[in-house]
Ligand binder design. Structure first.
Ligand SMILES: C[S@@+](CC[C@H](N)C(=O)[O-])C[C@H]1O[C@@H](n2cnc3c(N)ncnc32)[C@H](O)[C@@H]1O
Length: 334
């Protein structure tokens, strides 16, 4: 069976403080069932992610191209490497997610990993583009990642300023890139009173149409904001419980900034679980310094979700900085 070596993009190690190896190996194991013997390999001082696979079909090449850290692929022939052409993994230019820089932004490569890993747990067959909700959307890294991968993105964000910045970024980007689109902000009213705003964009590329919808509001009101709509996946990077030099941290149950997202998640998870389709998956990254994996798994189980456990599912913990050790957890709605 051929052995392939995937060269990781040079930024991957910087992003994960040198810990990208095990994370990207776990991502490949979960998202590429055709790959076996997944292990790091070193050749002439350069490290690769190696795996065995039968000759790669177009669909499998696409799965490799979509790995969050994939830079190039080679087939190993003894000591020699033969380059393998990969398809373009994105529907739009990836600068859609790399241009914005702001405190509290979730790293784009990690976001792609979280999307890939969560979608690999979805058991229901797709009926069109996957409907992906980020109920703590910030300035939209998950929404943009969903778009790049050909899905539709939906969001809720409590910080009105972050929402406005996201809207103005999308509008400017789409106009400057001359991408065919519509983009509108409308007020959201309840009993005649304005309670927030809603952003809707429809983006047309050569072969598809993609949609982004986001609301301002508290994530615990997400079900009221989206009404009967259900999602294939809910994917979010929870606030870390530490100030990122901005107001974009936990808007918690205490009414002030909480040191841990536990209180917020305890109230929000049942709401989010209700918005998932059966066979849909919820993928959450969080700071383990404020909340243990066991406690979070129990909250997910209490919300009626089945947590994916063991092996690669539990190999994503990594250091972000001295106050954040990030992990991710995925649970499925039966
Ligand atoms: C870690 S940040 C997500 C950043 C986002 N992935 C990005 O890259 O822009 C968490 C977000 O949750 C928002 N948030 C915190 N508590 C909230 C609440 N109760 N309702 C809605 N949003 C909330 C914060 O304002 C922050 O933008």
């Amino acid at each position: 069976m051929p052995r392939y070596l995937m060269l990781r993009s040079p930024s991957a190690n910087r992003v994960y403080a040198g810990e990208s190896g095990p994370l990207t190996a776990a991502e490949l194991q979960l998202t590429a069932p055709f790959a076996s013997e997944v292990a790091d390999a070193e050749l002439a001082g350069v490290s690769y992610l190696g795996f065995d696979a039968p000759a790669l079909s177009d669909a499998n090449l696409e799965t490799v191209a979509r790995q969050s850290a994939c830079f190039a692929l080679f087939e190993a022939e003894g000591e020699l490497l033969r380059p393998v052409a990969l398809p373009q993994p994105f529907t739009l230019d990836d600068d859609l997610i790399t241009i914005p820089k702001y405190p509290g932004k979730t790293n784009e490569q990690f976001t792609q990993l979280l999307v890939n890993v969560t979608l690999s747990a979805v058991t229901r067959e797709p009926t069109g583009p996957r409907q992906i909700l980020d109920p703590l959307a910030g300035r939209g890294t998950t929404l943009s990642t969903a778009l790049l991968l050909g899905h539709d993105g939906f969001g809720v964000e409590g910080d009105a300023k972050a929402f406005e910045q996201m809207v103005s970024y999308y509008k400017t980007y789409l106009r400057r890139k001359r991408i065919k689109h519509t983009a509108d902000v409308t007020p959201v009213r309840r009993e005649g009173k304005a309670i927030g705003k809603r952003f809707d964009a429809e983006i047309s590329t050569d072969d598809a149409r993609h949609r982004v919808t986001a609301f301002t509001g508290d994530t615990r009101q997400s079900a009221e904001l989206f009404g009967k709509k259900r999602f294939d996946a809910i994917i979010t990077d929870a606030p870390y419980g530490v100030a990122h030099g901005s107001t974009t941290d936990v808007r918690g149950v205490s009414g002030k900034r909480d040191r841990s997202p536990a209180g917020l998640l305890r109230e929000a998870l049942p709401v989010w679980a209700g918005q998932l389709m059966h066979g849909g998956a919820l993928g959450l990254s969080w700071n383990t310094f404020g909340l243990s994996r066991e406690d979070l798994a129990q909250m997910l189980a209490d919300a009626g979700l089945r947590v994916r456990e063991g092996d690669a599912w539990e190999r994503f913990a990594h250091r972000v900085d001295s106050s954040i050790r990030r992990d991710l957890i995925v649970a499925v709605k039966p």
